[in-house]
Design a protein around this ligand. Structure first.
Ligand code: FES
Length: 56
């Protein structure tokens, strides 16, 4: 599933960034070489990050 339309980031990308230490959407996107643009994806990105951190 796509998390961030602006940067074409998928859920798997955000989970990978979380495993690399990202703890918020901004740091996750930076980890993937992107920057947040419209910010519409933040609530869902936060959910994905929280879910991945809960299983770490
Ligand atoms: S959808 Fe992620 S910044 Fe726009």
């Amino acid at each position: 599933m796509v998390v961030c339309v602006c940067n074409a980031l998928r859920e798997t990308d955000v989970r990978k960034a979380t495993r690399n230490g990202a703890s918020c959407p901004t740091s996750a996107y930076a980890n993937l070489g992107c920057r947040p643009k419209c910010g519409q994806c933040f609530p869902f990105a936060r959910e994905v990050i929280a879910a991945e951190r809960a299983t770490a």
